[in-house]
Design a binder for this molecule. Structure first.
Ligand code: HEC
Ligand code: HEC
Length: 318
């Protein structure tokens, strides 16, 4: 009953529904204070930050804050943290990088992003294309063009376009069948005399080698392993033999193009290799004479170096 008496002391609004009376209590102090404070905060925010939309723009706010400026500042801070690593990396040889766990860690992290942005669309996450036979797997130790860091750098810098001529029209039906069988038998290490003769006769050995193990300069697949660039089915092997790879004259040819990422670096790598082969010094190359400055560069040299290390570590680099 005591409670009821207390209610009665309070003013009511005169509203009454089915015996329920609406009282006229003032709101609690803390609640009112919070309300006033939040109004004040809106005002402060309004003055400091961009707030009121105008016709073409908005009020700027005293702090001059913008989202893009904040992004640029954060980005600059990250760049600053990376700078010492980047400078050190630029001076290091690949061998030194591979022996420096801290640097290797840094390169792994930053090249993963580069790989995701530029390479994963074709080669898949972690070097494993989602559909077999479309793009080469980078996560195994089977390489068309060689698996040393230098080979991989060259693959990325210059791009790769494997060339195998179409043989449609040049071979009889039986010869295609025999050659297909020869390829299947080679993968299973079985001798196949009839196929072997055709293999030599039609110049397959020129690119795939006498031992059919492929040649990294031509990027021709090893036919004796069970790792297939395209497919292990009889039908698909026939297709490769009949229509070739990147044969511009055959509309059914297989297309296999690795884009070029830095013409400039490709030229430099080639010149360096020549100079080293000739027993001369790399430091003595006069790059101004060798490059005309118009070479295309979609990725920087340092990015390609990072990616080569990343790809090399993915599977079995040589
Ligand atoms: C448009 C698709 C595409 C993109 C993007 C691409 N590649 Fe390739 N890459 C290919 C194809 C196709 C081949 C095989 C070429 C051939 O069969 O002759 C290849 C070959 C390679 C090879 C040689 C593999 C071997 O077995 O020797 C390497 C290494 C490689 N790519 C790395 C990369 C890296 C790193 C990137 C990112 C910078 C990249 N690729 C981006 C399509 C692509
Ligand atoms: C001018 C060089 C050249 C000649 C000649 C050539 N090939 Fe090829 N062949 C290639 C290249 C390069 C590739 C790999 C293409 C790529 O991945 O870009 C290839 C791929 C293949 C493949 C696919 C292998 C796989 O793993 O999927 C088969 C099969 C094949 N060749 C069989 C033959 C046969 C049989 C002949 C002879 C009739 C022949 N090739 C002649 C260059 C050649």
């Amino acid at each position: 009953m005591a409670e009821k008496e207390e209610y009665e002391k309070v003013k009511d609004t005169g509203h009454n529904w089915d015996g329920i009376t609406e009282l006229d209590n003032p709101p609690p102090r803390w609640w009112l204070n919070a309300l006033y404070l939040s109004g004040l905060l809106v005002l402060v925010y309004f003055i400091l930050y961009p707030s009121l939309p105008l016709v073409n723009d908005s009020t700027k706010g005293l702090l001059g804050w913008t989202q893009i400026r904040e992004y640029k500042q954060d980005f600059a801070a990250i760049e600053q943290r990376r700078a010492p690593y980047e400078e050190k990396f630029a001076q290091m040889s690949i061998t030194e990088v591979l022996e420096d766990p801290e640097m290797l860690n840094y390169i792994r992290a930053s090249s993963k992003v580069l790989y995701g942005d530029n390479c994963a669309a074709c080669h898949g996450i972690g070097g494993q294309p989602p559909q077999a036979g479309t793009y080469p797997v980078l996560a195994d130790d089977d390489w068309l063009y060689g698996g040393t860091i230098d080979d991989i750098m060259m693959s990325i810098a210059n791009g790769r376009i494997g060339q195998m001529p179409a043989h449609d029209g040049a071979l009889t039906e039986q010869e295609v069948t025999d050659l297909t069988q020869f390829v299947i038998d080679s993968a299973n290490s079985l001798p196949n005399e009839a196929g072997r003769i055709l293999y030599d006769q039609y110049g397959c050995a020129m690119c795939h080698g006498d031992d059919a193990k492929g040649d990294k300069y031509a990027g021709s697949a090893d036919l004796t392993d069970k790792i297939w660039r395209f497919s292990d089915t009889e039908e698909q092997i026939r297709r490769t033999i009949l229509h070739g790879v990147n044969d511009g004259f055959d509309p059914q040819t297989r297309l296999a193009v690795m884009p070029q990422w830095s013409e400039k670096m490709a030229i430099k790598l080639e010149i360096k290799a020549d100079v080293i082969n000739a027993g001369e010094k790399v430091e003595e190359i006069n790059w101004k004479d060798e490059l005309n400055g118009n070479e295309s560069e979609r990725l920087s040299e340092s990015d390609i170096k990072k990616l080569a290390i990343y790809v090399h570590q993915l599977g079995g680099g040589e």
